[in-house]
Design a protein around this ligand. Structure first.
Ligand SMILES: NC(=O)c1ccc[n+]([C@@H]2O[C@H](COP(=O)([O-])OP(=O)(O)OC[C@H]3O[C@@H](n4cnc5c(N)ncnc54)[C@H](OP(=O)(O)O)[C@@H]3O)[C@@H](O)[C@H]2O)c1
Length: 436
């Protein structure tokens, strides 16, 4: 029973009743009273859209609510907020644009949609003065969107670093802690349900890539073109490299890096060596974390679960309440405020970073001089060289730590190094991030 203040009921429509959509329905029901007491709003589910009306569901809802046409959401004038949880970038785009045009506030968890078509979506949102909220799209239950957009609005954001994909982080953690190789750790993640049967976007880095683009948009006010950023997954990380990195005082994480440097914005996702003493090194298993550095706030760390029913529906329900507030008192911004204060992004080949380069070489004198010669010609300095013992899968390893080189120059030098007769197999190049 609502105590004290006045309570309002708002009609909503849900597109998608899968992992997240069914969780939103279930948790809106479970915590109906709690949400009403804490927010002053009650949400009335008026329609649920799915692809397959015959499918057995593990969460039950009245059959009369279901439809297989998303257009039905638009045809009910009592639906004021549309929750898009179907995924993908085609029908989800059509639904989102149609919803905005019809004046419905959109709540979405669709990172791919925003990363690829965010500029069009928010241009329309601004034209129609209809917000789009997307807390569930990045790092599941961690309130990083609202924090970057609202809580840190008074800061120049210097950098955002994130462990943004729980599946990859689980696999890397198991490789680090149990000494598993990549295929074994991936198989374990699939068996335990931490990875999809088709985990392509998780392990090729693009799930994290989409999230990094969204974080960059919030921090710097524009949408970076996904085709211009470097996104690498964890499939080339081996137990051997985890072992070598550890002996140098690092662990390997799939790190999303977003920063502003000398007037340009840099965005990328790649396996990255992180000092073992850094707080992000202790983010393990399926957990996510986002470290934000602002000029006023300094360093802040957000940590929590990045996926699953409870965390993602937490974020969607938070957005529903925010949308309800907007229905009562419209705001001047629409979920994302584009601006031109940071100019443009830097191409991945021009981004200067530090690297871990691991080669397998012939065991004979003069090899290091040849490699150092190629790097020297390219103006690339070596900060340290280690020749560890051979271990399974890597004969006569040679590890070079490279300080401050442009990625394009590094790749060009690497092509020459690979062609040297004394270098065997594919070299391995990972970023090194010291957060200084
Ligand atoms: N899973 C997570 O932990 C998580 C976390 C953060 C964000 N997200 C994002 O949330 C969104 C949903 O993810 P999910 O894991 O819940 O996906 P999911 O389990 O695959 O569920 C998708 C739902 O959408 C329905 N659907 C798909 N295409 C449709 C169409 N054209 N018309 C009508 N209904 C359609 C499906 O219907 P049927 O049930 O009939 O097949 C299903 O109910 C995605 O954008 C995802 O990236 C997911």
């Amino acid at each position: 029973m609502m105590q004290g203040c006045f309570m309002k009921t708002i009609g909503i429509g849900l597109a998608g009743f899968g992992t997240v959509g069914a969780g939103v329905y279930e948790n809106l029901e479970r915590h109906r009273e709690l949400i009403a007491e804490r927010s002053g709003y009650s949400f009335a589910m008026r329609r649920i859209v799915v692809r397959d009306l015959q499918k057995q569901r593990d969460v039950s809802a009245p059959a009369s609510l279901f439809s297989s046409r998303w257009q039905d959401l638009l045809e009910d004038p009592e639906i004021k907020i549309i929750v898009e949880l179907i995924g993908g970038t085609t029908e989800a785009f059509d639904l989102t644009m149609a919803a905005i045009r019809s004046g419905r506030i959109v709540v979405t968890g669709n990172k791919a949609l925003l990363a690829e078509r965010g500029a069009e979506i928010f241009a329309l949102a601004s034209e129609c003065k209809v917000p789009v909220f997307f807390e569930a799209a990045v790092a599941g239950g961690i309130p990083i969107i609202q924090s970057l957009r609202d809580a840190f609005v008074g800061n120049r954001i210097e950098s955002v670093h994130g462990i943004l994909n729980g599946t990859s982080n689980y696999i890397l953690t198991r490789m680090q802690e149990a000494g598993l190789d990549y295929p074994e750790a991936l198989a374990e993640a699939v068996t335990l349900g931490y990875a999809e049967a088709d985990p392509t976007l998780d392990i090729n880095g693009w799930d994290a890539g989409h999230k990094a683009i969204i974080l960059a948009a919030l921090a710097y006010g524009f949408w970076v073109d996904p085709t211009t950023i470097r996104v690498e997954g964890i499939d080339r990380v081996s137990a051997a490299d985890i072992h070598f990195a550890k002996s140098l005082g690092y662990c390997i994480k799939l790190l999303g890096s977003i920063r502003e440097k000398n007037g340009k914005v840099e965005v990328g996702v790649a396996p990255t060596l992180i000092p073992l003493g850094n707080v992000l090194a202790s983010v393990n298993g399926v957990f996510n974390a986002v470290a934000v550095r602002g000029d006023l706030v300094g360093d802040s760390l957000f940590y929590g679960r990045g996926a699953g029913r409870g965390p993602t529906s937490t974020s969607v329900i938070g957005d529903l309440v925010e949308a309800a507030h907007v229905l009562d008192a419209p705001r001047g911004t629409f979920g994302f405020a584009p601006h031109a204060l940071y100019g443009s992004s830097r191409s991945s080949s021009e981004i200067v970073g530090s690297y871990y380069l691991r080669l397998s070489v012939d065991d004979k004198p003069g090899v290091l001089a040849l490699i150092a010669g190629v790097l020297g010609e390219a103006g690339i300095g070596i900060s340290s060289v280690v020749q560890p013992e051979s271990i399974a899968g890597v004969e006569t390893p040679l590890v070079l730590m490279i300080h401050e080189a442009a990625y394009g120059a590094m790749c060009a030098a690497l092509a020459k190094i690979t062609a040297l007769g004394c270098v065997k197999g594919e070299p391995v190049l990972f970023n090194v991030e010291t957060f200084s």
